[in-house]
Design a protein around this ligand. Structure first.
Ligand SMILES: O=P(O)(O)OC[C@H]1O[C@H](OP(=O)(O)OP(=O)(O)O)[C@H](O)[C@@H]1O
Ligand SMILES: NC(=O)CC[C@H](N)C(=O)O
Ligand SMILES: [Mg+2]
Length: 543
């Protein structure tokens, strides 16, 4: 998952980079690997800073002050295509036509044919293995076809409509055209979220695009509205234009946004993430009650796995009339472990992140509630931790059903073999994670928990649970191909088998590259790649 953001301030004399950086920090939970901002200043010049690392590491007062201009695009990245290389940090840029900057959340599934088309027919050079670079070039190629010196909104809508007929997969995107405005669009199934909001400023309206509404709340924006599936929105300093550019397909937001990804204080597609998690806890309570009665098991205490499962666990405990205890304490300085690259790193960080308080576990039958069990990394470690501090019995309940299928739409779970529930029934899953019992939410209950908050959404993408991929085109052959490309094993091999190679080297504690032509001062391991250098006007350099 990634976070995307676009901001246009009505007063072009005010620099927007500081506010974009603030907004990106609110989207940090969507991607921890890389981040970037490109702004557009006077005479349509772009200013860029992007690199591997967290928002707080890459953007300080110095780098922000050099990002000039009153409109810009930002991105936080959690790679699902290509590599962790900083060359694939976003936003991406192409100079022709018009100067386009582009940020993408999601994942395409027809990258091979797009690449072939861009190479053989459009003659456009693709410099990375990122699917987002393909999307940008498809957009650029469609704009190029107008052959116009200056384009208008109609041309842009037509280009995005063309893109939607060519690209298959999930894509919520924010783009910026030099000296023109900012653009957002969302794939015809609306798998990934993006919305917009407005704020009154002294001279006129400021506009925001963001993955989640929390950014609008914090920035004082109002009237949050989701971009509709297949819709594009173009905002300039004088106009806001919206158009349905692709025929409506099944609207199917990814249900995993509600289970895990999104912040609880966001509202996506009219659904409060917080309320949906409360409902998941309520529904799971019924299932837990049924299973415990069937097996004649008693539970002394409910313990959540911080952070995400807290909301659901509290509701579950209340409904079952059981004590709720924060038995695991989280180190607030360690990020989300599931979205970290590489199994060794994830495992190490569960231990760094969570500490079990013996007092809350010792001699008790504990019900640990988590939002999901994906690879089982977290559950395996925490079950062991609970036992190490004296738990008598450990039962794990998951707010989501067993995950047995890869995600192909922007969550990095490409390989069935890495999923602990793949090829295992519930007993075998419990054994694999060392628990005495594991209880899963049913898919019907999960869907109902989310849908009841906006019954107009009749479908969700639940592919990781049921193997039904809403875009079509996901064949067994494709899944095998994906697995061969992106499984942890494969990636580790590609990177000489070392996790250090996945984590980019740091300079002065921070891995930051600000491009200004070829950065000859940089060590060769972080030499600025071509895609970051062609045509960019970067008048600064930091770190
Ligand atoms: O089975 P796994 O592969 O371990 O993945 C699932 C776990 O990872 C997540 O926690 P994470 O630390 O990423 O985020 P959180 O702090 O938001 O709960 C999630 O909440 C589960 O606990
Ligand atoms: N998780 C995402 O949305 C990733 C976007 C894009 N596929 C990338 O890998 O950069
Ligand atoms: Mg968690």
């Amino acid at each position: 998952m990634c976070g995307i953001l676009g901001l246009l301030l009505h007063d072009s004399a005010i620099d927007c980079a500081g506010e974009i950086a603030e907004g990106l920090s609110l989207l940090q939970h969507r991607g921890q690997d890389a981040c970037g901002i490109v702004t557009c200043g006077h005479k349509g010049r772009f200013y860029q800073c992007k690199a591997n690392g967290m928002v707080r590491d890459i953007f300080d007062a110095n780098s922000i002050s050099r990002l000039i201009g009153g409109m810009g695009v930002g991105h936080v990245r959690y790679p699902t295509a290509g590599s962790f290389n900083h060359a694939e940090a976003q936003p991406f840029y192409v100079n022709s036509p018009y100067g386009i900057v582009f940020a993408h959340n999601g994942n395409l599934i027809n990258t091979e044919s797009l690449l072939q088309f861009l190479d053989a027919t459009a003659h456009r050079h693709i410099n990375t293995a990122s699917d987002s670079e393909l999307l940008l070039n498809i957009f650029a190629n469609n704009l190029q076809k107008t052959g116009k010196f200056r384009i208008n909104e109609d041309d842009i809508f037509t280009a995005i409509g063309g893109l939607m007929s060519q690209c298959i997969g999930a894509y919520a995107c924010v783009a910026m055209l030099a000296g023109f405005g900012i653009i957002a669009f969302r794939d015809p199934n609306g798998v990934r979220p993006v919305g917009m909001a407005v704020r009154k400023a002294a001279t006129g309206n400021d506009y925001l695009f963001a993955s989640e509404s929390v950014v609008a709340d914090a920035g004082g924006f109002s009237d949050w509205e989701d971009v509709k599936p297949g819709e594009a929105v173009i905002i300039t300093r004088s106009t806001v234009s919206r158009r349905q550019v692709a025929p409506p397909a099944t609207f199917a937001p990814d249900i995993f946004e509600f289970v895990y990804f999104a912040r609880p204080d966001s509202v996506l597609d009219g659904i409060s993430v917080y309320r949906s998690r409360m409902a998941m806890g309520d529904a799971l309570a019924d299932e837990v009650k049924r299973v415990l009665a069937e097996k004649n098991i008693t539970v002394d205490v409910v313990i959540p796995v911080p952070d995400t499962s807290r909301v659901a666990a509290l509701n579950l405990a209340q409904k079952l009339n059981l004590p709720y205890r924060e038995g695991f304490v989280k180190n607030r300085y360690v990020g989300r472990t599931f979205i970290m690259p590489g199994q060794q790193l994830r495992r190490k960080n569960v231990r760094r992140k969570l500490n079990a308080m013996a007092l809350e576990f010792s001699g008790k039958s504990v019900l640990i509630v988590d939002d999901s069990i994906v690879r089982g990394t977290t559950s395996k470690e925490i079950v062991q931790m609970a036992k190490d501090v004296g738990a008598k019995q450990v039962i794990v309940a998951s707010c989501a059903p067993p995950i047995r299928w890869p995600n192909v739409y922007g969550i990095d779970m490409p390989s069935r073999t890495e999923l602990v529930a793949s090829g295992r029934d519930e007993e075998a899953i419990a054994r694999a994670i060392g628990a005495d019992l594991v209880i899963f939410q049913t898919l019907d209950d999960l869907e109902a928990s989310v849908r009841q908050l906006n019954p107009s959404i009749t479908h969700f993408d639940c592919s990781v649970f049921n193997g039904t991929y809403v875009t079509g085109g996901v064949t067994e052959e494709y899944l095998n191909h994906l697995e061969s490309l992106r499984s942890d094993n494969q990636r580790a091999k590609l990177l000489d088998g070392t996790l250090d190679a996945i984590e980019p080297p740091r300079v002065n504690g921070v891995r930051r590259v600000v491009t200004e032509g070829l950065d000859l001062s940089a060590p060769s391991s972080i030499t600025t790649p071509m895609d970051e250098t062609i045509g960019l006007h970067n008048t600064f350099k930091c770190a």
